[in-house]
Design a protein around this ligand. Structure first.
Ligand code: ARG
Length: 471
């Protein structure tokens, strides 16, 4: 007989039972469910609904169930639908019919809402650790290859040189915000729905706040209908997971290109590469590609969750049972992606020469040269024009900007229709100044603002990130 079977006759259709059960995935909530039940039993005791010895017996039984769960000693019975009923039946084998009192003043609706929040809380704590590990890998690489220079790109075209460490620290910033989003989500999720009952509120004078405090919640949900049917916290969490996956995906895409032998900025360690079954020459950055691919899956899970909820009237609807597979999968996908990317990044080999050579291609220091002219009193627009002429000259001559001779520089200045620029044509010190600005080091040093790529700024940013991470 089903636990809810009082008004039913005959047995469930096998197809229906298989279709509606959730034990195949909600078994991961077992220890959370036990925690919730222990706190609820104590609350029933405080409310005088259970005698002290009954509380003791039930708590003892639940604690011993936890030991069984942790040892993997319980087998889940699919005919018992979900984790709640599986555990209730398992408790009965420990304490007998007294187990039937645990569900006093509780519904599976407030029970599951509590379980997911407990699960999410501990999952966010684990993910936070994994994000930190990923950040440490980035900071470690930035430290190790601190002065490597990368061609900074816009429109996937060479733009301005940047320190490789600066580029890596950009991802550390993204990941720090991801941590912040998870912490925000955790804070909002950390309220207890127990006592909401099925939807209207429990029919007993339960001290909800005491139970919530016992479970480490910051407070209780303020409305029973909302308490059982709110899944905002799951949406928020998966949104934060998806965004973190997108950040990892962008890095994965970059590493995939950087490791192309034609570009050759980095080599992915053999331990994080795979080969081809047919082409003996191949070495593929599979984990990076797969992180990029799996970001699609988590984005899909976010879309799925939002769509799941959008048409649901209050309060609990069975649709909500299907919030768990996407939530659980999104979290484990993010976790494994973070860990594999941390390993891949920590073991990357950097080819500084290849990076440096590329960083200078495409006249990437032109902006720095224009800035140097502005420092000599030329309007930026005019300086832009003069340097444009210098770039054209350098291109014709087949030389880099820092190899332009004095005569070429004077010619570009004389050609300007801005008297402030043409007046500088005779300035003997200027050509060397412009060539210095046109060198990679000069261009980097020029970007000397908070958040800029000037080496002293990057060193400070790296030190701040290390201090934050205790790295
Ligand atoms: N397995 C259900 C879920 O995950 C638990 C709540 C079921 N409540 C109910 N009234 N059937 O949503």
């Amino acid at each position: 007989m089903k636990m809810w079977g009082g008004r039913f006759q005959g047995t469930s259709d096998e197809r229906m039972a298989e279709f509606t059960r959730s034990i195949d995935f909600d078994y991961v909530l077992a220890t959370d469910d036990i925690d919730g039940s222990i706190a609820h039993v104590r609350g029933l005791g405080r409310a005088g609904l259970l005698a002290p010895d009954e509380v003791e017996t039930l708590v003892g039984g639940l604690e011993s169930l936890r030991v069984d769960v942790e040892a993997g000693a319980l087998t889940w019975d699919p005919s018992l639908e979900d984790i709640h009923m599986n555990l209730e039946v398992a408790l009965r084998t420990k304490v007998g019919p007294l187990a039937g009192k645990v569900h006093t003043g509780r519904s599976r609706n407030d029970q599951i809402a509590t379980d997911i929040r407990l699960w999410l809380r501990r999952t966010i704590d684990r993910l936070d650790g994994s994000i930190v590990e990923m950040e440490r890998a980035l900071v470690g690489l930035a430290d190790r290859e601190g002065d490597a220079i990368l061609p900074g790109m816009t429109h996937i075209q060479p733009a301005q040189p940047v320190l490789f460490a600066h580029h890596l620290l950009a991802y550390v910033e993204m990941l720090e915000r991801d941590r912040g989003r998870l912490a925000d989500c955790r804070r909002r999720a950390n309220v207890c729905p127990l006592g909401s009952g099925a939807l209207a509120g429990a029919g007993y004078p339960l001290d909800r706040e005491a139970t919530a405090a016992e479970l480490g919640f910051d407070g209780v949900t303020a409305n029973s209908l909302d308490g059982v049917s709110d899944r905002d916290f799951a949406v928020e969490a998966v949104a934060a997971f998806a965004l973190c996956m997108v950040h990892l995906s962008r890095l994965a895409e970059e590493i995939t290109w950087w490791s192309n032998p034609r570009i050759g900025f980095v080599r992915v360690a053999d331990a994080f590469s795979t080969g081809s079954s047919m082409m003996p020459n191949k070495k593929n950055p599979d984990p990076a590609e797969l992180v990029r691919g799996k970001s699609a899956r988590v984005i899909g899970e976010l879309t799925g969750l939002l769509t799941l909820i959008k048409g649901l009237p209050l309060a609990y609807q069975k649709d909500m049972q299907d919030d768990k597979p996407p939530l659980f999968d999104a979290a484990s996908t993010l976790d494994s992606s973070l860990l594999v990317m941390a390993g891949l990044v920590a073991t990357l080999t950097v080819n500084r020469e290849a990076m440096r050579e590329a960083a200078g291609e495409g006249f990437t220091t032109a902006t720095a040269v224009a800035d140097a002219l502005v420092r000599r009193g030329v309007a930026f627009r005019s300086a832009h024009h003069v340097v444009g002429a210098l770039v054209a000259q350098a291109e014709r001559a087949g030389v880099a900007l820092d190899a332009l001779n004095d005569a070429m520089i004077a010619a570009a200045l004389v050609g300007s229709d801005d008297p402030a620029a043409s007046a500088l044509a005779g300035d003997a010190a200027l050509p060397a100044e412009l060539r210095a600005a046109a060198a990679l080091e000069g261009a980097l040093a020029g970007c000397d603002v908070i958040g800029g790529t000037a080496p002293r700024r990057v060193t400070a940013a790296l030190a701040a990130a290390k201090a934050r991470l205790g790295a």
